[in-house]
Structures are given as structure tokens and as C-alpha cells.
Design a protein around this ligand. Structure first.
Ligand SMILES: [Zn+2]
Length: 257
């Protein structure tokens, strides 16, 4: 089985002691590649460094909405990209988007930063990984209003919102699901996954967060992606191996790995 975890955070402090062992374990568990997501300038720098160091790791660079008003900006992102683009390891801009879960402050600043990064991704010809939490209406609105945006757009840790799902399918965008689908979900949410075309789906762990149900509350890592794929296979009524191969090819195509 070949698997790509399209979104994880290996710059997190949780891996400070044993990152090398974690990456070695991944190979043994069938995880061929990991896309290490940046969430601000500092973690984007780390994501690139680790991607250069480990052949099975790629990086995204971007400013998460949580980092709005911290001084992280698109100029710094552009500089980072220019300095490292020749490594071939930066495969997307992300994670970027809107988060109204913890705070509804700075909504306008979040929108502006999101839009600027969509335009930046368009400028450099890279896909984007979108983070949208309790902000689906505004996320769709920004995407609709932004003319210069890449055609390759992936909603990471997709919240299975029905309305957003329709927008995603209509535009040929992608979703990625993780441990969130292994938790108790409503029938409506499960139906969103049932109706989502197979070619639009990828899988992730969002490690160290969102460990799947059987390991909930512990430090997550990409080897736990098997539980996510199993759950998805159950929902899609498919053989796990067969589904894993489709997911692998989806991710490979989308990120140009
Ligand atoms: Zn994330």
C-alpha cells in the first residue's frame, strides 16, 4: 500500500525529541510521502528545512489565519519562496484561510491576508491548502471574489459542510479528510462524503492534532492515517487497498510529487 499524508505539522514541538524515528516509522507503515504544512513564517522555514533533509517529506508555506497581525506577511512568504524554490520541495501555499472559531476579531484582516495569499499562489503557480473553521460562508465568498487564484484548491480537514461541498464539486476543487471522519458524525455529514466524487478526495492526519477515534487524545502521526482510510473505505463501500491507490494518485497528481 502506498499512502501520502497531505497535511501534517512536523514542526510542532510535540516531535522535538524524536522526529527522525517518527519519519522512519512512517516508511514502515506504508506512508510514502508526507506534506509538512507551514502555519506561519517560522514553521514554514522549518517545513522547508525538513523537506530538504528527508526525501519522503514535502513542504507547504503559508500564513494561517491565527497568525494575522503578528507581522508575518506575504512579502516574507515571497522571499522564503524565492530562496527555496529550486529545492523542488515546496508543493503548495498553505495553510491559509479563515478561522472564526477562537476569535471573531480581525475578520477583515484575516480576509485580506487570505486573499493576498491566494493571489500569491496564483503568481507562483502553486496549489493552496485551505483552513476554514466556522467561516465557510466567508471562505466561499473570498474564493468567489478573488479573480487571480490557482485552479488547484484543497480544503484541508474538510468539515463536511453540505453547502461548501456543493461549491467544491461545482468548481472542481478538492477536499482532504482526517481523524475528523472517524469521530461520531451525523448522517448528513456522512452523506456529504458519500456524494463527494472519489477523484476529489485526499487524506491527511493534521498530526500532531486530531488523532483518529481509537487513539483520540494522544499525539497523532502519519502512520495513523490507516484508520482514516479504513473509515473512508467503509463509507465509500470500497476495498481499502483499492481506495488507498486512488487517494495516492489523487495526491500525487494534485501536488506534482
Ligand atoms: Zn493543519
Amino acid at each position: 500500500m502506498r499512502i501520502i499524508d497531505v497535511h501534517a505539522h512536523y514542526e510542532d514541538e510535540a516531535y522535538k525529541e524524536d522526529l527522525e524515528q517518527v519519519f522512519t516509522k512512517l516508511k514502515e507503515s506504508g506512508v510514502a510521502f508526507v506534506i509538512n504544512a507551514g502555519a506561519g513564517i517560522e514553521s514554514s522555514i522549518g517545513a522547508i528545512e525538513n523537506a530538504k533533509k528527508y526525501s519522503n517529506v514535502y513542504a507547504t508555506i503559508g500564513i494561517h489565519p491565527e497568525y494575522v497581525n503578528t507581522g508575518d506577511n506575504v512579502d516574507a512568504l515571497r522571499k522564503l519562496y524565492e530562496e527555496n524554490k529550486d529545492s523542488g520541495k515546496i508543493v503548495a501555499i498553505g495553510e491559509i484561510g479563515l478561522d472564526y472559531h477562537y476569535t471573531k476579531d480581525f475578520k477583515e484582516e484575516q480576509k485580506k491576508l487570505f486573499k493576498e495569499q491566494l493571489e500569491f499562489a496564483y503568481e507562483v503557480g502553486l496549489p493552496v491548502q485551505i483552513h476554514s473553521r466556522d467561516a465557510s460562508i466567508d471562505t466561499v465568498e473570498i474564493l468567489e471574489q478573488t479573480e487571480k487564484k490557482p485552479s488547484k484548491i484543497m480544503f484541508h480537514c474538510f468539515d463536511l459542510n453540505e453547502q461548501t461541498a456543493r461549491f467544491i464539486i461545482k468548481n472542481g476543487y478538492k477536499i482532504s479528510v482526517g481523524g475528523n471522519i472517524t469521530y461520531k458524525r451525523t448522517e448528513t455529514a456522512i452523506n456529504v462524503l458519500k456524494d463527494m466524487p472519489l477523484e476529489s478526495i485526499m487524506t491527511e492526519t493534521d498530526a500532531p492534532y486530531l488523532a483518529p477515534q481509537s487513539k483520540r487524545g494522544t499525539r497523532n502521526d502519519s502512520s495513523n492515517i490507516h484508520e482514516v482510510i479504513e473509515k473512508l473505505a467503509e463509507i465509500k463501500e470500497m476495498d481499502k487497498e483499492e481506495l488507498a491507490e486512488v487517494l495516492y494518485n489523487n495526491a500525487k497528481e494534485f501536488y506534482g510529487i
